[in-house]
Design a binder for this molecule. Structure first.
Ligand SMILES: Nc1ncnc2c1ncn2[C@@H]1O[C@H](COP(=O)(O)OP(=O)(O)OP(=O)(O)O)[C@@H](O)[C@H]1O
Ligand code: SF4
Ligand SMILES: [Mg+2]
Length: 328
């Protein structure tokens, strides 16, 4: 029997500037209970806007359509009161920039406590105990003292842990983690990723992990969804996609990771840059950068087709791409 998804995103489309700019274009994916899905793509591909759209955390200029099914309901159409119950509680988000997501004028305890007040029945003493437990859980020593401190008193790595503690306060069943380790040094990155995986195991939490580091994906994710210019262009298990990429962009991303045991590197080496939203090329958005491009690629947008259950690709020349083999 196939497992019911924890989260089901269908035809998610997000536009800005009165519909003139499409940042997320007809995106569909599912996340199973206890699964870690890696959402990857170069800067500007729409990863953060996708997560913010799911949580209805966009500025007023953003318009979202499609469906985000969560426990039998659609987050995009639920009432604000219901949304408050889900957001920060059942579904939590770790933001890409911890300093903008943390409130600089409130001590860390107050920020954790706000979440506990909103999503648990704990009294004040129990909230204080739980806040100390959360600090221990995310590996911040001397919890009782540090809870009284303000975000600027924490180092980058510790601030990221504070964000995770706040995100976990409501015992989420789904964690949306947007580049939770970028800009941290490698040792701290590894600790935080391990922490997220431990919590996945302990709490049976599902995770959507946004990253542009394929080493992180290989080490932490079960499945991968690759985004380019607002669309998902390939999905599958990490093992299948790394072994046999079927989209030329995915193959390019994998090729930009240095070989021979190098675990991590940034995605830098595909020629050219992703298009700005007001200049997305006709046809396949990747065609000006693609070594496999042919006539149809410049005329039509390839749709995502299922190759096997849980494995899909949107590339006219997937046979040639697959035949070229994995660069890793
Ligand atoms: N409020 C906004 N108004 C207009 N355009 C926006 C807005 N927010 C994001 N965008 C645009 O949407 C596109 C996708 O942005 P997004 O932040 O999702 O990219 P990303 O994949 O998360 O990139 P990065 O890896 O740099 O974090 C970008 O072109 C960005 O400029
Ligand atoms: S559809 Fe064409 S341009 Fe797009 S990735 Fe595939 S081969 Fe390249
Ligand atoms: Mg982002």
């Amino acid at each position: 029997m196939t497992q019911a998804p924890a989260l089901e995103v269908r035809n998610l489309t997000t536009t800005f500037a009165g519909g003139r700019l499409t940042a997320v274009n007809d995106v569909s994916f599912t996340v199973l209970p206890g699964e870690v899905l890696g959402l990857v793509g170069e800067s500007g591909s729409g990863k953060s806007v996708t997560l913010r759209s799911i949580m209805r955390l966009l500025p007023a200029s953003g318009a979202v359509s499609g469906h985000v099914r969560w426990q039998g309901r659609d987050i995009l159409t639920m009432s604000d009161a219901d949304l408050r119950g889900v957001r920060g509680g059942q579904i939590s988000m770790i933001f890409q920039e911890p300093m903008t997501a943390l409130n600089p004028v409130l001590p860390v305890f107050t920020q954790i406590e706000e979440n506990l007040k909103a999503h648990t029945d704990l009294d004040r003493a129990a909230r204080a105990a739980r806040a100390r437990d959360l600090m221990d859980l995310v590996g911040i020593p001397d919890a009782a003292r540090r809870l009284k401190e303000y975000p600027h008193q924490f180092s980058g790595g510790m601030r990221q842990r504070v964000m995770i503690a706040i995100a976990l306060a409501g015992n989420p069943t789904l964690l949306l983690a947007d580049e939770p380790t970028t800009a941290l040094d490698v040792t701290i990155q590894d600790q935080i990723l391990k922490l997220i995986l431990d919590l996945r195991d302990e709490l049976s939490m599902s995770v959507v992990l946004v990253t542009h580091d394929l080493g992180v994906v290989a080490a932490t994710c079960d499945r991968i969804a690759v985004m380019y210019a607002g669309r998902i262009v390939e999905t599958g298990t990490v093992r299948d996609v790394f072994a046999q990429p079927a989209h030329a962009y995915t193959r390019g991303l994998l090729g930009s990771v240095p070989h021979a045991g190098t675990e991590r590197s940034m995605l830098l080496s595909i020629e050219g840059t992703p298009p700005p939203l007001d200049r997305i090329p006709a046809g396949c958005a990747f065609n000006p950068r693609c070594d496999f491009a042919t006539g149809p690629c410049r005329a039509r947008v390839p749709v995502l087709e299922d190759l096997a259950p849980g494995r899909s690709v949107a590339c006219f020349n997937r046979t040639a791409v697959t035949a070229a083999g994995s660069p890793v």
